[in-house]
Design a binder for this molecule. Sequence first.
Ligand SMILES: [Zn+2]
Length: 278
Amino acid sequence: MIDHYWPNGELLYEISPCFSKISVFMFFLVFQVVKGQNVWEKSGKFEGDIILRRSRNVMENSDRYWPNGELPYEIASNFNKSEKSIILSTLEFLANKTCLKPVSPREEHEGSILFTGEPGHGCSSTIGYWRKKNQKIYLDRDFGCLDFGTILHEVLHVLGFWHQHSAKDRDKYIEIVLDNVQKGLEYNFNKATHKTDSFGFDYDYESIMHYSAFAFSRNGRKTIIPKRTVRQGLPMGQRKELSEIDILKINKMYNCTPNVEVADDNAKFYRVKVIRIK
Ligand SMILES: [Zn+2]
């Protein structure tokens, strides 16, 4: 029944004017999910959602980690109550999984995070700690950024994470199919030239910092293909939660002592306990 498939994977559609603006936006989101594309891949920044600053050498440089694992943050008034509560529950989740401490800014804090919904920046952020007040994490509601996984992804950038798929050694683990990438957007698949650290952990297909198999696809075909067997865990490009390696990396960067207990063979994830050591 191949002749009943849409030619070239193109879905030609129109939306009747009888739907409200919000319904039209929901249709748009559904198409993104069908394509397996993350909203942050559409923000138009470097690698989709990274706002570049002077240096790309962040992960290796502990000056770019938030001092004492404290994350002073404020939430701009351009979010509504339910949007604020998603941001707060994301930070609470992070605090429960790691030893990071989201706090209200105090006088002695040289840097702080500002979650802002101002339009024009999609879902985007800078990488690491910049020792400045109101370092912005942009979460534009019209891009669908007010989502638990998307907020977590952006917060991990601010903690010092680059994308997993741009790691220097990524060619051992994934194939990038440039023929399937939208013209002019190939730079999203450049390999890192900066020094990054994997902290001794494996390449992480399950990371919330990995892009989806169809990222920036021009034809509905895969742009990222794993070269190794991927275990039946979180799907590549997932934006639902932190992978166990994401959690372990954060804890290593921020001097927490993870006490990893491997649950029984049938359990999906490790249980990770965290103890601050300084
Ligand atoms: Zn990103």
